[in-house]
Structures are given as C-alpha cells and as structure tokens.
Design a protein around this ligand. Structure first.
Ligand code: ZN
Length: 419
C-alpha cells in the first residue's frame, strides 16, 4: 500500500546515497518534511501528484563535513586571512549569508563549519533554523581550539596548557557549539604555524577530547602530520581533518602505518578536496591558469590519483573516509561541491555512487546526523537534489533543491522566502 504523500518527484536516475548502483525510473514520495516512499515510476497511481524531471538524476542533499562559511574563497590564503582579520562582524556575517545561499545553489543542504569567530556562524545557524535566513543545516564548531600563535589563532581561541584547553571548550559548550575543532598541527593558512609538527602534547589533546565528550560534543581534529594524527587518534577524536600523513620534514610517511593506526579506532577520516585538488581533475573548468599552476606546485606527484594513493589504501582496509571541501579557502567556492565529488572519483579511484556516498550518507554519519539526512530512504528528512542529466560518471548542474521537504532552489535559482 502506498503511504500518504504530498508530492512525488519522478526522475530517470536515483542515487540513494549508500553507494549502491543507481536505480532507474524511480519516484520519491514526500510528506511534510520527510521522505515517505520510493517506488518505480510505473507503479505510481494515475491520480498521484507527480512532478517529473526528464533527463535528470536525484541524489540526497549533499553533506559537506568541512567548510568555513566566513572565509571568502580568495585567490590566495593571505587575502582570505586579511579579509577575515580586518572585517567587522556585519561584514563577516554578510559573507557567511552569501556563502550559505551558495551552498543551497550547489546542492549542499548540510554543512559542518570548522572556523567560526565571535560565534557569528552560530548566529547564522540559529537564523536559518528560525527560517529567517536561507541556508543549509549548520553544525558549528565555534572558533577552533589552537595554540596562542597556532593555526587559525586569528579566529580567537588560542590557548595553552590543560587548564586553558578545558576553559576554552567549556566556553564553546556554553555558547552552543555543536562540535569542537582542535588544531593538533599547524596549517597552510597560518604562515607562523608549522603544518608538519604537532601543536599540542598528546596529554593536552586527550584532555580536549575528554572535556568535549563530557559536554556531549564530538571532536574534529585538524591534523596533517604523523605526530599530530597519532596523538589525535589515540585520544579518540571523532574525525581527522585532512589526515595528511607526513613526516616532520614534510615528506610522505608510509601509509601502512596509518592503516594500522586507524584500524579499529573510532576516528573517521575527512579528506578535504578543495580547489587546489579540484583544479587537477582532467577537464576541470572554472580555474585560472594561475590556479592550475598553484595546484600543480603543491601536488606531490602531479597526478590526483597517485597523490592520494594512501587514501585508497585506507578505503581498501575498510576505514571510513568522508569527502569534504574546505569551502571558503582559496579558490574553493561553496557552489562547486560537486567538483569535490568528481575529484574524489579520481583521488579515491572509486565509482560515482561511492563518491556520492562519501559526501552524503557517510558524511552524515561522521558528523552525527546519519539518522536524519544523507540517504534517500523513507523516514529520513527530505533533503533532495535534482541534477541535470543522467550520466553514470558525472553529476550535472543543480536544477532543484529541497531542504526538509521545502523547495529552496528551482530551475537553478534560489526560491526562498522568510517565514
Ligand atoms: Zn579547514
């Protein structure tokens, strides 16, 4: 028996977000904010209220587990940092509002923001939840926990020592953070930090994780070297961001020891495929010659598939890997998250369906929303994206987006009114 349905969306091709091969000629039934059915189009009753999208693909709303809504996607890190450091709250909020709309236009209906300052992203989150602003569902980490001159200290949460870490995390919990971000290594956007050494001692990271979990908050650890990744995994962080397995001199370390470390751990790897990787996808469009040159300059092998052979080993070992974008950083606009999905097919040597799973259901599970979003399944929230075309190896242009059952993008344009 067909359940009560407000509307059906009928499409040529459907990816359910689990990594299963696509299904064809399917219709998805929506009631209020939920998915309530998925049936063969042929089985729809003649009197059903159906919107049919010829030559189209339906996927779950994309889940970007690693973004920076207040960053401005400039052509280089220094410009983005300077804009961030010199902008007042109103200006940064306006950047965040625009980026939130760009997410929807790109089919991204859920994001986890890992670089707030002065709780501005939490403000955006609350206004979106109150339907006074258009945007994706947001989980906010507040300002990252870092050392006084460490990576992203300019977001405002530099601290040191176990007592300092406990105090900062308690403030974040009180302010309403959904997750804690800790910078266990330096990073490329903060020239005075070192990406290849650990910023905190292992005991400090362990205190950060214990304190966060005590507040009921998961922990995302930025880590791009062996020492920082090892400390984060042993401390029991929930996600490892970037997870670049590098020695202290920057050279790649043996990926087999990373597989050993992560096997049986509770940590999920969030691979970020930002513009600097997207530009290496053969045939990628929308990048300047300079951006391609920059991308090749930091690519260890000049080839995306060999650059990420270590991540392919993780996948083969059954270690969960999620694809995020780091949107907001240099030449990584929020609207282009499907470019990260395409980059994942190369970097991880996987099918389109598997790359979609890493940016929908697996991403939702990694950030604690697996029971709500990320799959096309009755009972889950109706976050859905209709894309042009029905190619087996490429996602087309975003045509329509539903967020919690409400149409927010139609014909590729924002269609939204405050309520
Ligand atoms: Zn980031």
């Amino acid at each position: 028996m067909t359940p009560e349905v407000d509307q059906w969306l009928a499409v040529d091709t459907l990816h359910d977000g689990t990594g299963a091969p696509p299904r064809h000629d399917r219709a998805v039934g929506i009631k209020d904010n939920l998915i309530v059915a998925e049936v063969a189009t042929d089985d729809l009753r003649p009197d059903a209220s159906v919107r049919t999208f010829p030559n189209s693909t339906l996927i779950p709303g994309l889940v970007d587990a690693h973004v920076h809504l207040l960053f401005s996607c400039d052509t280089d890190h220094e410009r983005t940092r300077t804009r961030f450091e010199t902008s007042d709250d109103a200006t940064l909020t306006a950047i965040g509002e625009q980026n939130a709309v760009e997410c929807l236009l790109g089919g991204v209906t859920t994001v986890r923001d890992l670089g707030d300052t002065r709780n501005l992203v939490m403000g955006l989150r609350d206004r979106i939840n109150a339907h006074s602003l258009a945007g994706p569902r947001i989980l906010s980490a507040g300002a990252p926990v870092t050392t006084p001159s460490g990576h992203l200290h300019w977001c405002g949460n530099g601290t040191s020592g176990e007592d300092g870490i406990v105090a900062v995390i308690s403030q974040l919990a009180d302010a309403g953070a959904d997750v804690v971000k800790i910078m266990t290594s330096g990073g490329n956007m903060t020239r005075e930090s070192d990406p290849f050494t650990a910023q905190f001692g292992d005991a400090e990271v362990a205190v950060a994780v214990r304190t966060s979990h005590g507040h009921g908050l998961p922990v995302a650890a930025h880590a791009q070297n062996v020492a920082s990744i090892r400390g984060a995994v042993l401390a029991g962080v929930d996600t490892i961001e970037h997870c670049l397995w590098r020695e202290s001199d920057g050279s790649p370390a043996d990926p087999r020891t990373l597989v050993d470390l992560l096997t049986g751990s509770r940590s999920t790897v969030v691979l970020t495929l930002a513009g600097i990787q997207r530009a290496l996808v053969p045939g990628a469009v929308g990048f300047t010659d300079q951006e391609r040159t920059d991308a090749l300059a930091i690519s260890p092998t000049g080839d995306l598939r060999t650059d990420f052979s270590w991540a392919q080993k993780l996948l083969r070992a059954g270690i969960p890997v999620v694809v995020g974008s780091d949107a907001g950083v240099r030449f990584t606009p929020f609207r282009n998250f499907t470019d990260s999905v395409h980059a994942a097919m190369i970097a991880l040597d996987c099918t389109l369906a598997e790359a979609i799973a890493m940016s929908t259901s697996l991403a939702a599970e990694a950030i604690g929303l697996g029971g709500q979003v990320g799959r096309i399944r009755p009972g889950l929230v109706a976050d859905l994206v209709v894309l042009d075309g029905a190619s087996t190896n490429r996602l087309g242009t975003v045509r329509e987006v539903l967020r919690s059952g409400t149409r927010v993008v139609s014909d590729g344009q924002l269609q939204w009114a405050a309520s």
